[in-house]
Design a protein around this ligand. Structure first.
Ligand SMILES: [Zn+2]
Length: 272
């Protein structure tokens, strides 16, 4: 994705700027003759829309991107509608879905840090970095980022896929989990696999990463090989887990996710 994050607002708002407007975690999009797009600045002027908690996001293909909160949707014109970003994968290109998630991340952070957690004072945007600073005590708050590992575990010509009640719909995917304080990424991979399905893994290798701003994760992908143990789903995070050959892979996640990239890597014959 050709997106360059930046907290410094351009001197002027250009008419073609994208406005990722958020209301209660949903993105507001423009529908025109069946086509859904992210509104531009010129549309906001046309509809006389007022927004709150504006954050400059950066530039996508050299076009400015803003995140903003719409607190009241009472007077929105009918051509604007609200959707959870991930439900728009069939309507918007994946970059726009990811940027919609990122806008939601900035807005949630901005809204949740209006006051200082240390002294209760008012905060304001810091002018030399993406942060908020308390106007009373000077405490600085950065956007939260939650690192999580995601791992494709293989055993010969088979891949471990699991089913979780956390998943939006009934499909199988690779294992994932949040990194704990004090833990290396490799230790996290071993712990999550052991906790969720009861097996040991070896040969843990870095695969790639992906921001996952739904709401604030950074997914760090790995591949690993089965070492020992029998699969025993923990029945909380994981309700079922099995080894699948590449021609047996069941319903899997959408192509926007690194989970899908890991599964595709396996199907395409990935090996260590
Ligand atoms: Zn303070």
């Amino acid at each position: 994705m050709n997106f360059i994050p930046d907290f410094r607002r351009p001197q002027e708002i250009y008419p073609d700027s994208y406005w990722f407007m958020i209301h209660e975690q949903k993105i507001i999009v423009l529908s025109d003759s069946g086509t859904i797009t992210i509104p531009r600045h010129i549309n906001l002027e046309e509809f006389n829309i007022k927004s709150d908690h504006v954050q400059y996001m950066g530039a996508y293909n050299d076009v400015s991107c803003y995140a903003a909160e719409i607190e009241s949707t009472e007077n929105l014109p009918v051509c604007l509608s609200m959707h959870p970003p991930l439900t728009l994968l069939n309507n918007l290109d994946t970059d726009m879905v990811r940027l919609s998630g990122l806008a939601g991340q900035f807005i949630t952070w901005s809204r949740n840090h209006r006051f200082c957690g240390k002294c209760g004072g008012l905060t304001e945007d810091k002018n030399d970095e993406r942060a908020k600073i308390c106007t009373s005590c000077g405490q600085v708050y950065y956007p939260r980022l939650s690192p999580a590992i995601i791992v494709a575990v293989t055993k010969g010509d088979r891949l471990l896929l699991a089913c979780s009640p956390r998943f939006r719909s009934q499909f199988y995917s690779v294992l994932a989990g949040f990194v704990e304080p004090g833990e290396t990424l490799e230790e996290c991979v071993k712990r999550e696999v052991k906790e969720e399905v009861g097996i040991e893994v070896k040969n843990i290798k870095y695969f790639g990463s992906q921001p996952w701003p739904f709401p604030d994760s950074l997914m760090i992908g790995f591949t690993a090989e089965y070492e020992s143990g029998e699969i025993q789903p923990d029945k909380k995070e994981i309700t079922d887990a099995c080894w699948f050959k590449k021609d047996e892979i069941p319903g899997i996640p959408s192509s926007i996710s690194i989970a899908r990239r890991l599964i595709d890597w396996f199907i395409e014959g990935g090996n260590h």
